[in-house]
Design a protein around this ligand. Sequence first.
Ligand SMILES: Cc1ncc(COP(=O)(O)O)c(C=O)c1O
Length: 151
Amino acid sequence: MFADELEGNIYSGFSKSNVTELIEKIKLLEGAEAGWATATGMAAIFSTFGALLSQGDHVLACRSVFGSTHNILTKILPSWGIETTFVDFDDTENWDKAVRKNTRLIFVETPTNPGVDIIDLKWLGEFSSAYHLINVVDNCFPIPYLQQPIK
Ligand SMILES: Cc1ncc(COP(=O)(O)O)c(C=O)c1O
């Protein structure tokens, strides 16, 4: 297990059986192939950016995002050389103008907190595929019972 050849719980800081059980259940609800769990929503968002972005990358985000997410995008990531362009959720005809050569990821919330903007996830999936962008959806408000962004 320490050599990463077998799956199993070797150290509770890495994995725990009850967290693995939670992940398996959320994966079923979300229709996901893989997953991981964090103690808070902001830890999930921060670690997603940390895992997927590098210096020089550009992010496209819907304008209305949760305040702490806005802080990460506007205060923390720029100090690491990662820029964000905010786009209006209902101005989808102009989203392609915001895409740059170094755009790597699209981040949206839907419905947004607190604006309650609704983003068309089918359209977003097609848009991000066309530009080969990673799609990140904060599914906090509807929860996977009501909305499955991966689908
Ligand atoms: C849309 C959205 N994303 C993220 C968060 C952050 O979640 P947490 O408080 O678990 O860090 C919140 C919290 O209200 C939220 O509304």
